[in-house]
Design a protein around this ligand. Structure first.
Ligand code: SAM
Ligand code: SF4
Length: 344
């Protein structure tokens, strides 16, 4: 795809700084709300997806991403839904990779469930993608099918191998789920570390109506960590990667383990990211209802002036911190949209 980016001849533009002094340098883009899996903590079984006509075209997504890059975004993550099920998504990846070549972008990456990686890993690497996150909550095929409602673990494992063969660095993300995979954390970690892959554990977040309460799913990672320390030597690492994860080195495996703990530890003070959806809505906080429409200004003019003014207004409303809470009195979604709208 050869995409001209009207109005963004990449002249230096003002940085995006929110009211709390946080500079936005990281953009996550959900390229589709659709997915080939139905993880029970992410989606309800009978999800209603957006009509295709509401979606930004790949050319519009490219223009939007490029506008953010002009405004100082250095890292771009494609996510979903499942990003690799969007038709022709590789043309978007290929087109965005021009910003890696010019040095305007430091990193182009994606978060995927891995099911389509066998098909796309080599091309991703060819486009300059260096690292990807693959979400995998269990190594037990039956449990995997239960969690994802119909997924095939072997397809994901083959996808991970294809990615490694293509030279992509893979990080595994796993959501800790009460009574489902909490006891499997040590073996999942040993498997990942054995293949030179880091593992990051994530607390389940109360996002979207999924037809079940969250209290039955939620395990505080402080408990997982306490259990792990009985079996392994955990050494805190200072590095933060600028994101919400805190890392430890595991003495016995030599690998790195991350904890993303929105519920038990608030990480908002250093947040450098915003998210856009496949319909061009910007969410400046994952754990807030805040939303501004960028599709209208994007379509209103081929010049980016109106778009930039709308981006500025949205960044000016970035909340100080998220609204997540799960306890006996708060078992309903804190945020009405599903995680698949914005991606992780
Ligand atoms: N389909 C891709 C995948 O699974 O990696 C990308 C989108 S998915 C929404 C991104 C991440 O969000 C995955 O790691 C998934 O496990 C996680 N996730 C989904 N719903 C979640 C929730 N309610 N709380 C915490 N993490 C969630
Ligand atoms: Fe699909 Fe990812 Fe949500 Fe699972 S977590 S249903 S793979 S979007």
């Amino acid at each position: 795809m050869n995409v001209a980016v009207p109005g963004s001849s990449l002249k230096p533009s003002s940085a995006m700084v929110d009211p709390f002094g946080r500079t936005i340098t990281y953009l996550r883009v959900s390229v589709t709300d659709r997915c080939d899996l139905r993880c029970f903590y992410c989606m309800s079984e009978d999800m209603t997806f957006l009509p295709k006509s509401d979606l930004l075209s790949l050319e519009e997504l490219d223009r939007l991403c490029s506008a953010f890059i002009t405004r100082g975004v250095r890292k771009l993550r494609l996510t979903g839904g499942e990003p690799l099920v969007r038709r022709n998504v590789m043309s978007l990846v290929r087109s965005l990779s021009r910003h890696l070549k010019t040095g305007a972008l430091d990193e182009l990456t994606l978060t995927t469930n891995g099911s389509q990686l066998e098909k796309f890993a080599a091309e991703l690497a060819d486009c300059g993608v260096k690292r990807i996150n693959v979400s995998l909550d269990t190594l037990d095929a039956a449990k995997f099918r239960e969690i994802t409602r119909w997924g095939d673990l072997n397809k994901v494992l083959a996808g991970i191998e294809a990615a490694r063969t293509a030279g992509l660095k893979v990080k595994i993300n796993a959501v800790a789920l009460k009574g489902v995979n909490e006891d499997e954390v040590p073996s999942l970690m040993q498997w990942a570390h054995g293949k030179g892959m880091d593992l990051t554990l994530i607390e389940v977040m109360p996002m979207g109506e999924i037809g079940a309460g969250r209290i039955d799913q939620y395990v505080p990672l402080s408990m997982v960590r306490a259990k792990l320390s009985q079996q392994f030597t955990l050494t805190d690492l200072d590095e933060t990667s600028g994101g919400p994860a805190r890392y430890v080195r595991i003495g016995e495996t030599g690998g790195k383990l991350g904890f993303i703990t929105p519920l038990t530890h608030n990480f908002c003070e250093s947040c450098n990211r915003v998210r856009i959806t496949c319909t061009g809505t910007i969410h400046t906080c994952l754990g807030h209802e805040d939303a501004s429409d960028l599709r209208k200004p994007l379509r209103a003019s081929s010049d980016d002036a109106l778009l930039n003014a709308t981006i500025d207004r949205a960044i000016g409303l970035k909340p100080k911190g998220h609204d997540f809470i799960i306890d006996r009195r708060h078992d309903r979604p804190s945020v009405s949209r599903h995680m698949s709208v914005t991606g992780g």
